[in-house]
Write a protein that binds this ligand. Sequence first.
Ligand code: NAG
Length: 187
Amino acid sequence: MYALLTAAYLCLTLVSALKINQPAVAVTSRTTQTCGDPSNAVPYYRTLSTPLSDYYYTADAALVDSVCGGTINYALQGVAGLVFITQEESTVPFYRLTKVAVNFFTANTTERDIAIQQGYILTPNDPLTYIYPTEICGAVPFYRMVNTAEQANFYTTSESERLDFLTNQGYTDLGIAGYVLPLGGSS
Ligand SMILES: *[C@@H]1O[C@H](CO)[C@@H](O)[C@H](O)[C@H]1NC(C)=O
């Protein structure tokens, strides 16, 4: 198990290292609009490591395939919603914090800072992903919940999936993490 955790940590560290080389985030300056350009929205992939009970979300398909795929059993589960990888109008950073075998995502800077005090690492290049802080521009709630026993953080736009996790899978409701564009329904 220790080897597994170490592998996971290395994987996540590698993910962080790779992202450093990506271009600097461009900030748009469209003053007359209050929404991001939905054509710039990209899939936010959801992966799960069953042995680690850890959900990892990323907008980078290459990372899903090449970095975490297989070696520590992160498997692609689907697309959680559509997000931005440049800071579009009215969006806020959706921070990714990592601790060994745990991924935690939040748009709340207070929570981010508390997590850092608790030993989570905010990767140097983050924020990489941006979401809406309120229900505007056709975005839908990105529900969040936690399984404290398994230290698993889960996020979904699906009301039925949310209910299943809360009712049958030991998760506790933590409200809404932010708002993402729905698949095929961005406006
Ligand atoms: C952010 O997190 C802090 C600490 O959990 C909480 O007190 C605060 O209400 C949160 N802010 C929002 C806007 O949810």
